[in-house]
Design a protein around this ligand. Structure first.
Ligand SMILES: O=c1ccn([C@@H]2O[C@H](COP(=O)(O)O)[C@@H](O)[C@H]2O)c(=O)[nH]1
Length: 290
């Protein structure tokens, strides 16, 4: 008899419970070559595996969500992707939510295959959620939204990214509406159908570094209405602070999940030091929900 996987609860409910338990922080696993060297590991698949295993040991069971950055695994080819698979499996075993940062976006028929690869119950590379790009049109994401809803998984749609170059696309207007505003409202419409609770199942990426643009573009209320968990990269190594997030996101701060990678990973390779660094950012971030 085959094992039928137990259906997962909706992603927004699971994320809300994880944030309630551990506070609003996501931590990234970004095995930069410079970090491997700093941890005195070889810049090789062996070093990558040791780095990822140490991060899973340190963060598993201790944080709301962990975000492996696929690029740093893919650069080692098939062997690196195997380490990524094992990392996602390791996180599952600790009961910690995983967000695979892979920023996929394609025409609908191809998006279906990406969605099966990362959100399907039987896929070796499945995560609890993935990052997706809406720049082929929000509708092209439908296969990912459908599979995520069916399997209890989530997607985080890029809305306002943390890099300075993002504004040239995301602040652009079409028919009197900013691109970012259209993405936010499309996510909000989707989440209006989700189960009751703080969060819908579809999140957005809104950089911690772009807080000042939120009010300037008139997006604060629309973010709040979307019920989207707002993944905020840029906290830490890219220069944004929790104070910047609170000031920039205003009333929408309670939906924010800051994510940070290098600033915490720099405390390694010692597992206790990594946990201490994580605890420090978790304590800081509680200001957003208190
Ligand atoms: O707008 C975005 C979207 C994703 N990222 C990713 O987040 C981490 C940030 O790492 P740090 O070391 O904390 O700077 C990284 O994986 C990015 O690809 C982002 O920075 N901005």
């Amino acid at each position: 008899m085959t094992d039928t996987p137990k259906p997962l609860e909706p992603f927004g409910i699971r994320l809300g419970a994880a944030i309630g338990e551990h506070g609003p922080i996501c931590v990234g696993i970004d095995p930069h070559p410079s970090l491997l060297e700093q941890w005195e590991l070889p810049v090789s698949v062996r070093g990558l595996r040791r780095f990822a295993e140490t991060a899973v040991d340190a963060f598993g069971g201790a944080v709301a969500m962990v975000k492996p950055q696929s690029a740093f695994f893919e650069r080692f080819g098939a062997a690196g992707v195997e380490v990524l698979e094992d990392t996602l499996c390791g996180l599952r075993e600790t009961g910690t939510l995983s967000l695979l940062d892979i920023k996929r976006g394609d025409i609908g028929s191809t998006m279906q295959a990406y969605a099966e690869a990362y959100l399907g119950d039987d896929s070796p590379l499945r995560a609890d959620a993935v990052t997706v790009s809406p720049y082929l049109g929000f509708g092209s994401l439908t296969p990912a939204l459908d599979i995520a809803a069916r399997t209890g998984r989530g997607v985080f749609v890029l809305a306002l990214t943390s890099n300075p170059e993002g504004a040239s696309v995301q602040h652009a207007t079409w028919e009197g509406e900013t691109v970012a505003g259209a993405v936010i409202d499309a996510v909000g419409e989707h989440n209006a159908l989700a189960a009751a609770g703080e969060f819908g199942d579809v999140g957005m990426v809104v950089g911690a570094t772009v807080g000042k643009d939120i009010a300037a573009l008139g997006l604060t209320e629309r973010l709040l209405d979307s019920r989207a968990p707002l993944l905020a990269p840029g906290f830490g190594a890219q220069g944004a602070t929790i104070g910047d997030i609170a000031a920039g996101f205003g009333a929408a701060s309670r939906l924010v999940l800051p994510t940070t990678s290098r600033a915490v990973l720099a405390a390694g390779p010692d597992v206790d030091s990594l946990r201490d660094a994580l605890r420090r950012v978790q304590d800081e971030a509680r200001e957003l929900t208190d």
